[in-house]
Structure formats: C-alpha cells, structure tokens
Design a protein around this ligand. Structure first.
Ligand code: ACO
Length: 158
C-alpha cells in the first residue's frame, strides 16, 4: 500500500493495551530493556484503518525533557513518512505538556536515523561512549559498522 494521501492517526495506547513487540524489538533488540522503560512511558502508534504502522515510546528523562526511547515503523511501510509523522506528533505532545526539550539516542552506525533526526531539527547534544558494547550481550552491526557509542540528539522546544 502506498501511504501518499492516506490519513494517519496518532493514537495513545492505554497501559492495558497489547503492545506490538514486533515493532518495539525492531528498534531495540533487548526485550528486558523495552519492558523496563514501558512501565514509565507513554506509548503512541501511527494507525491507518485500524492497522498499526509504527510506534513511538516517550519517557520522562528529567522534569523538563522527554526522551524518545523507541521508534519503529513496520518494514513494508518504511520510507513513506511514518517515522517523521511519529516524531512530529511526539514534538507536539511534548510542547503540549510544557516540556523544554525532547531527545533521542541512536547508534553511531544508524546512518538513516542520524540523517532523519537532524532533518527534523534535532541537534547532537552528547555521546554515551561504549553504550552498545556495554549494554547488549551480542555485537550489533548496521551498514557494515559496529554499534559502539550512543549519539544523543536533542530538540529545544518553543
Ligand atoms: N527506509 C526508510 N527510509 C529511507 C530509506 C529506507 N531504506 N532510505 C532512505 N530513506 C529516507 C527517506 O526517503 C526519508 O528521507 P526524505 O524525507 O528526505 O525522503 C527518510 O530516510 C525516512 O523518513 P521516514 O519515511 O519518515 O521514516 P520511516 O517511516 O522509514 O521511519 C525509522 C524511520 C523509524 C528509523 C524506520 O526506518 C525504522 O523503523 N527502522 C528500524 C528501527 C529503528 O532503527 N528505529 C530507531 C532506533 S533509535 C530509537 O528507537 C530511539
């Protein structure tokens, strides 16, 4: 299905709603870590005709900053603007809850994500050295590069 001109909905999932783990584990291979941050996060999906196309998980980092802990789009719908739709709606949500900033971390190897976040107005604000080698049991490779450090991108809100 081509999503051009299709109406997408940004929908909040309730605490008791079933979470789409196939999507959550696309962005974060550690179910243990996903389950840990889901307990203290708000979860939103991009929905089209009752079909879940993508997910975004927002967790308070401080009183003034929300962190996007997990962002994933179903592989068949990637590259059609769903990820941008989720991030732009997360920014609106953060603004509506009087946050001062919103941030997202990604691996040094995640080339598409590094491009996308900067395109949407996020700026590099920090590096967590060795995050992926220290927190994940198996080495992770993307684009022929090992995921070693976490790059943190932040967008200051108006
Ligand atoms: N797939 C998708 N987008 C591509 C590709 C590709 N193979 N190649 C290039 N792009 C471009 C798109 O053209 C677009 O750029 P443009 O706006 O200049 O045309 C941009 O990259 C992608 O934009 P969207 O379509 O809005 O993003 P998408 O819906 O594909 O979602 C996401 C991006 C969430 C990263 C998705 O690819 C995905 O789920 N990846 C796997 C999981 C993942 O890595 N999640 C992020 C981990 S970090 C975290 O969770 C905190």
């Amino acid at each position: 299905m081509n999503l051009k001109y299709q109406k997408l909905y940004f929908k909040k999932l309730g605490k008791k709603d079933i979470k789409p783990y196939d999507l959550l584990l696309l962005a974060d291979p550690s179910k243990k870590m996903v389950d840990e941050y889901l307990t203290r996060s708000e979860v939103f999906i991009a929905e089209h005709k009752k079909y879940t196309l993508g997910i975004i998980v927002l967790c308070p980092l401080t009183k003034e900053t929300l962190e996007i802990k997990n962002l994933a789009v179903s592989p068949v719908f990637q590259g059609q603007g769903v990820g941008s739709f989720l991030i732009n709606n997360a920014i609106k949500f953060a603004n509506s809850t009087q946050q001062k900033s919103i941030c997202i971390g990604t691996a040094n190897s995640s080339i598409l994500q590094i491009y996308l976040y900067q395109k949407l107005g996020f700026e590099l604000s920090g590096i967590k050295k060795g995050f992926f080698t220290e927190n994940y049991p198996e080495p992770i490779y993307e684009n022929g590069i090992q995921a070693i450090d976490m790059l943190v991108f932040e967008k200051i809100l108006k």
